[in-house]
Write a protein that binds this ligand. Structure first.
Ligand SMILES: [Fe+2]
Length: 388
């Protein structure tokens, strides 16, 4: 997150002697993005960070994409996803390109290993469940509605405290950040932004582990998974400071921007990444012009594939869509409300819908797994009635 935070003990001056009670030095690690040019943090470890006793290849992790076929709108039913074990192992990749990989995960267990994605930021949107994201930056309790944002290179482990948990996930080899237009030249959130720094939750409790033994860290990088065995607990940090750390924003803290007439999708924008945006559709009052039409107009979102994960409520402009479904409206053809939905929206005062949208600026491919989730009848939902 682009503002400063610190936890635990750190020396007053960077890169100076910082000693344990027994006189030994703590080990300083600078973790920075884009070399040393972007956001960074400095961490102080009990043990030397590169100590790895075993490195083992666990195989490729590249998504298997399939031919898209004729361009058409697609929808996917994710509710019956098999309940997997831990969140990372249970994740199913569904849609992706070079900028982003979208998936779902239904988990029933906490992780008994540690995980680091060194090639992508990860965002876990929590549809169901609660738990704690543990990392070398400290503990971050999470709950339903949270966007858990985890920077590249963070070593983490997720504890699930509910019977099961359900997530919509975003991986991207770029940063996730609040849109630039919400911030001033110093990075501070502006008054017109739909949320503020007070809505961002940061690690507040640092658990420092000094246990020795065998600790498994699975590292995702170069589109492969590597198993590292460390001879010390990876959460051995006694203190850190900087701008780089996992953080959480809850979708309920998104203050919707409404107007007399229909507000366009950018009014719902929550984050930006490279070549894509993340938007939140939250319960809100509808447009209040006396002749307003709350349902959206048809739109040809040229240069933007649109993915929506439908979480709760009745999505006003969609037919044939259920809870946990994902729609993909690719560019190449227009889309909009199905027959009757525009008329039905007139006079409605508010919506309880809750959905997360990802718009990508380059076409998305489907994975092999996505085909198993597909609702093939979706494209025909625009054909009912006389077509006027
Ligand atoms: Fe749309």
């Amino acid at each position: 997150m682009p503002f400063y935070h610190k936890l635990g003990q750190i020396p007053h001056k960077r890169h100076t002697q910082f000693r344990k009670a027994n006189g030994e030095l703590y080990r300083e690690e600078l973790m920075g993005l884009e070399g040393f040019s972007s956001i960074q943090s400095i961490l102080y470890h009990h043990f030397l960070p590169p100590r790895v006793t075993k490195a083992e290849d666990l195989g490729p992790l590249q998504p298997e994409y399939v031919d898209f076929g004729p361009i058409r709108h697609r929808a996917f039913r994710t509710a019956p996803t098999d309940p997997g074990t831990d969140p990372v192992s249970a994740r199913v990749p569904l849609l992706g390109n070079n900028d982003v990989l979208l998936g779902v995960a239904r988990a029933t267990q906490s992780m008994d290993y540690f995980y680091r994605n060194a090639q992508s930021y990860e965002t876990w949107w929590v549809h169901e469940g609660n738990g704690i994201l543990k990392s070398q930056f400290g503990n971050l309790p999470f709950r339903t509605g949270d966007y858990i944002v985890i920077p590249f290179g963070t070593t983490w482990q997720m504890q699930i405290d509910s019977k099961e948990a359900r997530f919509f996930t975003i991986e991207n080899p770029s940063q996730i950040e609040p849109p630039k237009r919400y911030r001033n030249e110093y990075g501070q959130m502006l008054e017109h932004a739909p949320y503020s720094e007070r809505d961002i939750r940061m690690p507040e409790e640092l658990e420092t582990h000094t246990e020795r033994g065998e600790f498994e860290v699975r590292v995702k990088v170069r589109d492969r998974l590597t198993r590292h065995v460390l001879d010390h607990h990876p959460f051995d940090v006694v203190g850190w400071d900087g701008y780089l750390y996992p953080w959480i924003f809850n979708i309920e803290d998104f203050e919707p921007i409404t107007g007399r007439v229909h507000q366009p999708p950018p009014a719902h924008q929550t984050f930006q990444g490279h070549n894509f945006v993340v938007c939140s559709f939250v319960p809100r009052l509808f447009d209040y012009h006396p002749l307003s039409i709350p349902a959206p107009y048809n739109h040809s979102n040229v240069n933007s594939d649109e993915v929506i994960y439908y979480a709760e409520g009745n999505f006003m402009s969609r037919k044939g869509i259920d809870r946990c479904d994902i729609s993909l409206h690719p560019y190449g053809l227009p889309h909009g409300p199905q027959p009757g939905m525009t008329e039905a929206s007139i006079g409605k005062k508010e919506t309880q819908e809750l959905a997360v949208m990802v718009d990508t600026f380059h076409p998305l491919s489907l994975t092999k797994q996505a085909l198993k989730y597909e609702k093939p009848e979706y494209m025909d939902t625009w054909l009912e009635g006389n077509g006027e």
